[in-house]
Design a protein around this ligand. Structure first.
Ligand code: COA
Length: 183
């Protein structure tokens, strides 16, 4: 799918209009602000240090190249002309090429209004189109909202690494979740 292609428009539960679309090069500055805002608030994600514009240029170039090759599908959410969420599904390789790895984050101020659930369902449909049989993801055990959303769309916990995350002086389990795709 071409960069910047609109996938879906919908109204969030608070009435704001949301556009789900593919990532594009012009998202660079929004992506930078987005990831650094997540780091600043201490969100339950694996990135823990703010990134530079140079880093983000490199990251975005690589992402768009992987999209072009068909290895990754990226959906962003736009509200009022600003990128407020990013999500992706990336195909594994070799004997695991039927497996996709999913990631998602929504900016503070845009959570709990249904955007995450819509994006998850969009990624799951795309995963099927990509021919995937299984989608996997990881989530911090402290992230009860994310776990709830993942369970709601059909993921189940299949294991965890105890204390794999050390954040703000506390050990947190890293949970593995899986959804098998049926046509
Ligand atoms: C996790 C995340 C992707 C979910 O997206 P979202 O847009 O906020 O989710 P939605 O609005 O679609 O749904 C939220 C659901 O969680 C529920 N919820 C909210 N807080 C909760 C909590 N503390 N514990 C359990 N459930 C909670 C809501 O009631 C709602 O449930 P419902 O749809 O059954 O009524 C988003 O909140 C986010 O990006 N958080 C910060 C970054 C992050 O954690 N990324 C994921 C890393 S694995």
């Amino acid at each position: 799918m071409k960069t910047g292609t609109i996938i879906k428009n919908f109204f969030a539960n608070d009435g704001r209009k949301v556009i789900l679309r593919t990532l594009k090069w012009e998202d660079l500055d929004d992506c930078l602000e987005f990831i650094n805002s997540l780091v600043e608030e201490g969100a339950d994600i694996t990135v823990f240090q703010k990134v530079t514009r140079e880093y983000e240029i490199d990251w975005l170039s690589k992402q768009l190249a992987e999209v072009e090759k068909g290895n990754t599908f990226i959906v962003v959410a736009e509200v009022g002309g600003k990128l407020v969420a990013n999500s992706s599904i990336t195909k594994k390789t070799g004997y695991s090429k039927h497996v996709g790895v999913l990631g998602i984050s929504i900016k503070d101020g845009y959570r709990d209004i249904g955007i995450g659930t819509e994006m998850m369902n969009t990624l799951i449909s795309k995963g099927k189109e990509m021919g995937l049989k299984i989608i996997t993801l990881t989530v911090f055990s402290s992230n009860s909202r994310a776990k709830h959303v993942y369970e709601k769309v059909g993921f189940r916990e299949t294991g965890r690494i105890p204390k794999e995350i050390y954040k703000n002086g506390e050990f947190i389990d890293h949970i593995f979740m899986v959804k098998e795709l049926t046509s």
